[in-house]
Design a protein around this ligand. Structure first.
Ligand code: SF4
Length: 231
């Protein structure tokens, strides 16, 4: 599987897909990538060391994903990332972070000592759909509770059961109330959730203009950023 890439479009950056301990939440109904998680700390550490060797620092920006939250990486891997940050002159770090860690963001800021963009998987601001159907475990009621902590969010689009109205509201909130964001179009996986092709076609047409929005990435496939594909 590809574990390193250079993202050359919006927000130029290097990206690494590391291995982590099991996602602490681990119960989202649409997620099967936690299968990449491991409990073998030694193996995770040495695996991540190899992946991190690819980082050159050429954009001064590094994006770390790990099929979970940054808090689920072993301490040793966090130290290895910090080493790379220092040795390659990286100035900005993107990481993933579940809502459950929202009170701990400063720990990471202090540890790394550079600007960190925490990306929170909101999926949708429709509270019922997020909490009951997607079982996301992020129990906020309003977007104002989220942008207090997170500058960047991920939305999920195209799951059967979702409506155009939900998506319109989600995109409106992202465009107007968050600095950065990513819209992931749902790709069927080993879970039972289905893709809604008509809804995705509608979304692709209506929101085609987002390709010119430097703050928002739209990923039609989960390997669009160059990591995660089988090589
Ligand atoms: S929080 Fe993220 S990694 Fe964990 S189960 Fe949900 S989608 Fe998967």
């Amino acid at each position: 599987m590809q574990r390193y890439s250079k993202v050359l479009g919006k927000n130029k950056r290097e990206m690494v897909m590391l291995k982590g301990f099991p996602c602490k939440w681990g119960r989202c109904t649409f997620c099967d990538y936690i299968e990449d998680n491991s409990k073998n700390e030694k193996e995770i550490i040495s695996f991540n060391k190899e992946v991190l060797k690819n980082v050159t620092g050429e954009f001064k920006v590094l994006d770390v994903i790990n099929s979970g939250s940054i808090f689920e990486l072993p301490d040793e891997s966090l130290k290895d990332i910090r080493e790379i940050i220092i040795s390659k002159g990286i100035e900005k770090l993107f990481v993933e972070c579940h809502w459950i860690y929202k009170e701990r963001l400063d720990e990471m800021r202090e540890f790394f000592g550079i600007e960190i963009i925490f990306r929170c998987g909101v999926e949708t601001f429709d509270n019922d759909f997020r909490m009951k159907f997607l079982n996301k475990g992020a129990g906020f009621k309003e977007y104002t509770e989220v942008n207090k902590y997170f500058d960047s969010i991920c939305l999920l689009v195209g799951i059967k059961g979702q409506t155009k109205e939900m998506i319109e509201r989600d995109i409106e909130i992202l465009e107007n109330h968050f600095k950065l964001g990513c819209v992931n179009v749902y790709v069927e996986n080993t879970t039972s959730l289905k893709r809604d092709e008509e809804l995705i076609k509608w979304f692709a047409e209506k929101y085609a203009y987002l390709k010119d929005n430097e703050r928002i990435e739209v990923l039609f496939h989960n390997t669009d950023l160059g990591v995660g594909s089988e090589d």
